[in-house]
Structure formats: structure tokens, C-alpha cells
Design a protein around this ligand. Structure first.
Ligand code: TEU
Ligand code: CA
Length: 593
């Protein structure tokens, strides 16, 4: 295995003017780099079975290098029970043959490291698959010594006669229905916050925690640089497992458990890598408050390096994710700003608009018809110039849009399939169900990456496991590589800007407008340097609000207007501008592209 490291060299290139950097925060790589999320199943299929794989990822390392990202996060590639595309792990220390072999994994890691790119892998330890040997043992008998590795409870007494159907509490699963499944052999229920084939692990059990630590360390010993910890805020269940009344209440209750912080602190001190020292830890935290995220990622505690939060991707959510409410104008900016202020100053945010769990950002927050490129660029500008670590989800850099579902046969995701079955059984119209899945279903993110306009889109020569979006003929990475004004080139510019300008990584954050129905604007400051971003996040032109900031050097405008320093009076639909005030002695020229 190569011992070449991605530290120094490529990773820090362009980090100009160390003296300008605010020394009160650390020099960790992730403060000035961008992470790229790969969902291996949908990235590139190297062996023609219609499913993306690890060799496919390796074949596109040049794409990561060209974009300039500092790390790649790989969604699961482990053997799985097959219900949640790998988020139901059946063996924590192996590669699913569908994705390749352990050798191919090592080769990929080595290849990425040689290009100066770090490797972050997904780790799913809130639950395992029910096919994992830990669960097989746990389920085998109430006296098995791994029984307690999962969460078993007898039926609730005095409730519907204490028979099956009398779940131990009222918790509902993320994927619909009760979070408990009855096991007839032992007469007990087991807990699963997700699918019934994803039983929750019992973190109060010391042996379980030690087994988890060992499995994580096993990957770190293979030179992995960081771990993305799936739903990590849900691992600590409150004593007595009290009723929750609602889904948000349940998430808040689980996240607020102080035991979470002791588990994380213990992990932090016990994990290490021979090569890079402490691994980068990214915690996914759906439903966690800003207080919890801030605590876990604060420099003092350092339990996690950054938190993935959810408020901004739930703005269109009603009681459940399928009851959609109209997207409230202006709320996107305000919500992002809130997390900048509440978490970003003392802790650290992962910044994202899309992931494998969310509909495509340009379709949801932007305008994928009249202003597709422009809105994709403006959304990226706003996100990337925040304080935190931007995460680009595969295909986002080429403005990939939602899939035009025309039949339920095209749906692959268990969450959407469960919803469709329930909704249809409850009398919902098929068109409505398709509409809702088309707007918020997770499959939108999982259609194959659109590399080029050919029949298979550059993803595979075989029929893909999920349909390719027909718009790949016009919207693809190859076309955009050849167009300096494309969304793709804009992402590359944003990545470079973060590396070159310490203010992007280290500057403070202050919103310049609050609750404006269309315009979002903010200022970053570092010493005498200042960066201002103003964006119209809507389809309609608007008079520019008075930002109360002095004239600066305009370094970017979308769409291109003559570069000038005078104040703006009108913002066109989805227009955004970026200014930097340079201070004497700034070594670098202001480059626009
Ligand atoms: O996601 C957790 C999570 O919050 C999602 O289930 C989210 O609520 C849902 O996708 C919204 O529609 C993580 C993984 O990212 C996801 O892919 C897994 O399905 C889930 O955990 C279970 O492991
Ligand atoms: Ca394949």
C-alpha cells in the first residue's frame, strides 16, 4: 500500500498568505477544501452490469482533480441486505462484489491519494442489516450474548392486550409505519428507526461500542482519511424509551440525549490513522438542533469536525415529507444564515443543497426550465461562499435535474415505494403520487451521472439499474467541459476561490438582508478584507435592496455584466454578484475565471 500522503502538495496549494489567516481556528484541510460525494451505484459502471462500481469511480479520478476537490466521500459499497442501497450493512468490513473487491478499494484509495485527494467513507452504526451476523446472533435467543447488541422490548402491557400490535412505544419509522417489528420466536419486538430490515444497534452495550470502534479502525488502517457517520445524532436512545408523539419530537428527543456526546467523545479519542492522525469526522444529524450541532462540532469539544443539518431541506415539508407545502420565498437564505450564525461561528457546518437523499437542487430551489444554468450557478455561489465545508453531490456540478417520472415502475427507492403503497391504499390518485415522488423522491438524486450525450450517457453500456434522465443529451459533463461559461466551470471556479482566498474559508459571516422574499445577501470579513455576495433567489427581477456596504471590486457576476464597481439598482431573475475588497499587499490578482 502506498504511503504517499495527500497532505501538503496539492491540498494546500493556493492557500495564500498564512499570515492573514485567523489563527484562532485550526488549519485543518477541510476548512479550505470542497468534498465531492460519490454514490457509487450511480457513478460509473466499469463492467457492464448496469450498476456503478469502485473501478468506475477510479476511472474518473481526473474529474475530481479537474474540479479541484480536496476529498471524495463514498456512499456505502459494503455487502448489504438490499433494501436501502447499502445503508443496510450486512458486513462492515468487506466490499459487496457488485461494487468490486477489497483490492479494488485499496487501489482506488491509492489512486486518489496520489492525486492529493482524501477519502471519506460512509459508516452506518445507528443500525445494521437484519442479515448482519450480529443481528442473526441477537435474534437467535433471548439468552444469546449478543442479544443486547440490539434493542429488544416485550409488547406494551395493558395496551391492546399486550399482544403483537402492542408496540413498546409510539415511535414511527422514517420509512413509514411503526418503528418496531415483532419477533414471534422470542415474543419480543426489536426497534428499527428505518426499515424493518435495519434493526437499531444498542449503544448502551459496551461490547457493541467496542465492536463498532474496531470496525471503524479497520478502515482507517486501510488509509481512509475520514468517516461520514450516518444519522449519528440518533444513536443514543433515551432511558425508558418514552413515547414521542411525532416524528420531529422523536428526532429532537434522540438528538438531545447527553449520552450522544459521551459516545462521540469516546470515539474521537479512540480512533486514529497511522498516516494522517485523527480522522475527519462528519456527522449526519437529521432533526438535531443548532445547539446540538454546535456543541458536537465546537473546537473545544471536537467530537465531530462538521455536522450535516437539515432545516433548509425541510422547508417544503409538511407533516410528513410527502405533504408538501409551497416553497416559502426568502426562507432558503434565512435558514442558511441561521445555521451560519448559530453553528458556523463556534462549530462547523457541512454545506450542501443536494445529496443522495434529496431531490436535485436546481429543480427544488432553482428553476430547471427558464433559468437552469443561471439558477444553478447562483445557488452554488451562495452555498460555496458561506463558512463551512461545501459538499458537491455527483452531477450537481453539471446542473443535473429531477427525473421526469411517468410510471411507478420507474421508482426504485424503498422510501418512495412504501409511500406509494400507503398512499394508493388510502385512496390517493396515481398521478398525485407520481407528482409527489417526482418532486421529493430520493430517486431523483440516484439516476446515473450524465457524463456525455451518448445512449448510455457515459455511465454504462448496459441497461442501468435506474433510468438515465433523458435530458442527458443536452445536459452533461462533456458538453460543459467545453464551455467556459458553463455551470461546471463555475463550480471549478468556486472550488479554486476557496483555496486561494483565506477569507472564503476563515472569514466571519454576517447577513445583509433578513427575510427578504427574493434577495439573499451576506458579508464575510477577515482582517481588512471583505467579501460580499448578493443573490436574487427568484424567477422575478427585483430592485436591489440597500446593502449598506461600500464599493468593492466586483469579481463575479452571473449573468455576466460589465465588471464595475458602482452599486447595483436592479437584480435580474437569479442574478448574483460577488465582490471582494482587497487590501494592500494581497499578492494574488482577482481572477474571474
Ligand atoms: O439518512 C437519514 C435521513 O435523515 C434520511 O432518511 C432522510 O430523512 C430521508 O432520506 C428523507 O427522505 C441516512 C442516509 O443518508 C439514507 O440514505 C439512509 O436511508 C438512512 O440514513 C438510513 O441509513
Ligand atoms: Ca458494474
Amino acid at each position: 500500500m502506498s504511503s504517499r500522503t495527500p497532505t501538503g502538495g496539492a491540498s494546500n496549494q493556493g492557500a495564500a498568505g498564512g499570515s492573514q489567516r485567523d489563527r484562532t481556528i485550526g488549519d485543518e484541510w477541510w476548512r479550505r477544501e470542497v468534498v465531492y460525494q460519490v454514490y457509487p451505484r450511480s457513478f460509473v459502471d466499469s463492467n457492464g452490469d448496469g450498476i456503478g462500481d469502485l473501478d468506475g469511480v477510479r476511472s474518473r479520478v481526473d474529474h475530481f482533480s479537474w474540479l479541484g476537490v480536496g476529498a471524495v466521500w463514498l456512499s456505502p459499497f459494503y455487502p448489504s441486505g438490499g433494501v436501502d442501497n447499502g445503508y443496510d450493512v450486512a458486513n462492515y468490513c468487506a466490499v459487496d462484489p457488485v461494487y468490486g473487491t477489497l483490492d479494488q478499494f485499496d487501489t482506488l484509495v491509492d489512486r486518489l491519494h496520489r492525486s492529493g485527494i482524501r477519502v471519506i467513507i460512509d459508516q452506518i452504526y445507528n443500525h445494521s442489516s437484519d442479515e448482519h451476523p450480529w443481528f442473526t446472533a441477537s435474534r437467535s435467543s433471548v439468552t444469546d450474548n449478543q442479544r443486547d447488541w440490539y434493542i429488544w422490548r416485550p409488547p406494551r402491557r395493558g395496551h391492546r392486550g399486550g399482544e403483537p400490535g402492542a408496540e413498546p412505544n409510539d415511535w414511527q419509522s422514517f420509512f413509514g409505519g411503526p418503528a418496531w417489528t415483532f419477533d414471534a420466536a422470542s415474543g419480543e419486538y426489536y426497534l428499527h428507526l428505518f426499515h424493518r430490515k435495519q434493526p437499531d444497534l444498542n449503544w448502551t452495550n459496551r461490547d457493541l461500542r467496542e465492536a463498532v470502534r474496531r470496525a471503524m479502525q479497520w478502515w482507517l488502517d486501510r488509509d481512509v482519511d475520514g468517516l461520514r457517520l450516518d444519522v449519528i445524532n440518533l444513536i443514543a436512545k433515551p432511558a425508558g424509551l418514552p413515547d414521542a408523539a411525532s416524528h420531529p419530537d422523536l428526532l429532537a428527543m434522540l438528538s438531545a440525549n447527553p449520552a450522544l456526546h459521551s459516545y462521540l467523545a469516546a470515539l474521537r479519542t479512540s480512533l486514529g490513522s497511522r498516516r494522517t492522525g485523527p480522522p475527519t469526522l462528519i456527522g449526519e444529524m437529521p432533526g438535531a438542533s443548532a445547539d446540538v450541532a454546535s456543541l458536537a462540532t465546537s473546537t473545544e469539544r471536537g467530537e465531530l469536525d462538521m455536522a450535516i443539518s437539515f432545516d433548509h431541506v425541510e422547508l417544503d415539508r409538511g407533516e410528513t415529507k410527502w405533504d408538501r407545502v409551497p416553497f416559502p420565498g426568502g426562507r432558503l437564505g434565512t435558514t442558511l444564515a441561521k445555521w451560519q450564525l448559530d453553528v458556523g461561528q463556534t462549530g462547523w457546518n457541512a454545506l450542501y443543497l443536494s445529496s443522495h437523499d434529496q431531490p436535485r437542487a436546481v429543480s427544488r430551489f432553482g428553476d430547471d426550465e427558464a433559468h437552469r444554468a443561471r439558477s444553478a450557478k447562483t445557488l452554488a455561489t451562495v452555498l460555496h461562499l458561506h463558512r463551512g465545508t461545501p459538499v458537491v453531490y455527483q452531477g450537481e456540478e453539471a446542473a443535473m435535474a429531477n427525473y421526469p417520472f411517468s410510471s411507478l415502475d420507474e421508482v426504485r427507492d424503498v422510501e418512495s415505494m412504501n409511500y406509494a403503497a400507503d398512499a394508493l391504499a388510502g385512496g390517493a390518485r396515481r398521478e398525485h403520487v407520481l407528482d409527489v415522488i417526482g418532486a421529493v423522491g430520493r430517486d431523483n438524486a440516484r439516476t446515473p451521472v450524465q457524463w456525455d450525450g451518448s445512449h448510455g450517457g457515459g455511465f454504462s453500456h448496459a441497461d442501468p439499474w435506474i433510468s438515465m434522465n433523458p435530458d442527458h443529451v443536452d445536459w452533461n459533463i462533456a458538453v460543459q467541459r467545453g464551455d467556459g461559461e458553463s455551470v461546471l466551470h463555475h463550480y471549478r471556479w468556486l472550488v479554486a476561490l476557496r483555496r486561494r482566498w483565506p477569507i472564503v474559508a476563515d472569514g466571519t459571516f454576517e447577513p445583509l438582508v433578513w427575510n427578504h422574499p427574493q434577495v439573499y445577501a451576506f458579508v464575510r470579513e477577515l482582517g481588512a478584507q471583505r467579501l460580499v455576495v448578493v443573490a436574487n433567489l427568484s424567477d422575478a427581477g427585483t430592485p436591489a435592496p440597500d446593502l449598506g456596504v461600500e464599493t468593492l471590486d466586483l469579481i463575479h457576476s452571473n449573468p455576466d455584466v460589465e465588471l464595475r464597481t458602482s452599486p447595483i439598482d436592479v437584480l435580474e431573475p437569479w442574478e448574483s454578484r460577488v465582490w471582494i475588497r482587497r487590501v494592500d499587499g494581497d499578492a494574488r490578482p482577482v481572477d474571474v475565471h
